[in-house]
Ligand binder design. Structure first.
Ligand code: AMP
Ligand code: MG
Length: 425
């Protein structure tokens, strides 16, 4: 396999490294954020740092699943349309704070509402729709099965069952479970804080300003900020600067003053005359862990540790290089900060054969859908060059083609990834 010489810094890692090795370095040089106890109301969107166990059973007590009548099933044996059974009405319980009731010793039915505690001794609830009233009696035309329409205490969770596990992202669904249990405080890791610095003398960030010759719109900074925010990450600082290392150095200081766990830069990290990022980071005291990886797009990707410990990704400026660096490499760092295990990607059959440089891991824009047999199929879209934004807007996922293959055959099973951060995987 051909080896490539790096042209910048990173003297301890002079050779372009494989995607897996790059990811290993990212994980090895990223700390995990400390756990801290927070009130339940402040936990949404954080990651659980420890297992939370059910403090009691859920449901907390036997209760009715329907509006209807609590009965003893045995008292309705033999009830039919032609020969209904009449039971005297003995009481009424609505959902709410009520004194625990007991079924009377004599036969009878008990009016009960959904969620109300079932008086001890009754063993079924008959929905009101299947009954009729006849004065003080309730008329039943069929016997219920024992246990029908009663939600038993602990049927969902027994006391001590895990409600969330360490590493679970606290989604609205998991928050629902924690609220249902009344968990008052729990140990979480907060969302990572990320600072974004886009570079490029050609960039215009104000959409209201006309472009002068040679200028382009700045799309990377807004993309990074929007993607991170949508992923539940805190963006502590975001700025676009030119190609002046002194200005960059000032902006890096300003970014670091916001206490980021990660700094993302865009542009100026490859082999151009103005690609000052590696030197500027070294001048700022950074340790470069790798620079250039056998990946496409984003080959000039740089990863460093800044003084004070923040991780830093130098993302190449092409829009697709930014997207790949963020989705596959910065995300590995964010997962480590959050205490999440490495992401496991789904697999799909490649629909169309694809050629790529043999040594490279290729991250392609794709459409991932099921075929008629319910199997996932990944179709690589046209227009995979790293400057093209349009296919990214048409894609619904990434297709990862592994190194060591030049022509990846149709039908080959490959990894596929969501476009957004999928913290549940
Ligand atoms: P660079 O990595 O700085 O050499 O930039 C590579 C390519 O990406 C160039 O064509 C840049 O004009 C373009 N580019 C750099 N930064 C941005 C940005 N923030 N938004 C859109 N395109 C950019
Ligand atoms: Mg540039």
């Amino acid at each position: 396999m051909e080896q490539f010489k790096s042209t910048h810094g990173a003297d301890d890692h002079p050779v372009m490294i494989a995607a897996d090795a790059a990811l290993a370095l990212v994980r090895a040089h990223t700390p995990t954020l400390p756990a801290r106890d927070v009130a339940l109301d402040a936990a949404a969107g954080a990651v659980a740092a420890a297992t939370v166990r059910a403090p009691g059973p859920l449901q907390p007590f036997d209760n009715s699943a329907m509006d209807g009548y609590a009965v003893r099933a045995g008292e309705l044996a033999g009830a039919t349309d032609a020969d209904p059974v009449r039971l005297p009405l003995r009481g009424h319980t609505a959902a709410g704070p009520v004194v625990a009731e007991r079924a009377p010793d004599t036969p009878g039915a008990w009016e009960i509402m959904t969620g109300a505690p079932v008086p001890a001794g009754f063993d079924a609830v008959v929905p009101v729709e299947r009954t009729a009233r006849d004065g003080d009696a309730v008329v039943f035309t069929a016997p219920p099965e024992a246990g029908a329409n009663i939600r038993r205490a602990g049927e969902d969770y027994a006391a001590g069952d895990p409600v969330v596990d360490a590493g679970d992202w606290l989604t609205p669904e998991r928050m629902m479970a924690l609220h249902a249990h009344g968990v008052a405080t729990l140990a979480v890791r907060r969302a990572p804080r990320v600072a974004v610095i886009a570079t490029g003398a050609e960039l215009v960030s104000d959409p209201g300003r006309a472009l002068r010759p040679g200028e382009i719109r700045d799309s990377n900074r807004p993309y990074l900020v929007d993607w991170l925010r949508a992923a539940g990450i805190t963006v502590s600082h975001a700025v676009t600067v030119g190609d002046d290392p002194a200005v960059f150095a000032r902006e890096l200081d300003a970014a670091l003053a916001t206490g980021p766990d990660v700094v993302l830069t865009s542009g100026a990290v490859s082999a151009g005359v103005h690609d000052f990022i590696p030197a500027a980071l070294l001048a700022a005291g950074a340790t470069i862990r790798f620079h250039k990886a056998q990946i496409r797009p984003a080959k000039p990707l740089l990863f460093a540790t800044l003084p004070g410990g923040a991780a830093c990704f130098g993302l190449p400026g092409n829009p697709l290089s930014v997207a790949v660096g963020l989705r596959f490499f910065a995300t590995a760092c964010l997962r480590t900060l959050w205490g999440l295990p490495p992401e496991r990607f789904a697999r799909a059959r490649l629909a169309n054969a694809w050629r790529k440089p043999e040594a490279m891991t290729f991250y392609g824009k794709g459409r991932i859908n099921t075929d008629d047999d319910g199997r996932l199929v990944a179709t690589m879209l046209d227009g995979q060059q790293s400057f093209r934004i349009r296919p990214l807007t048409q894609a619904n996922g990434w297709i990862v083609l592994p190194p060591g293959e030049h022509e990846v055959a149709a039908g080959r099973v490959v990894e596929v990834a969501s476009l957004d951060a999928d913290w549940r995987r």
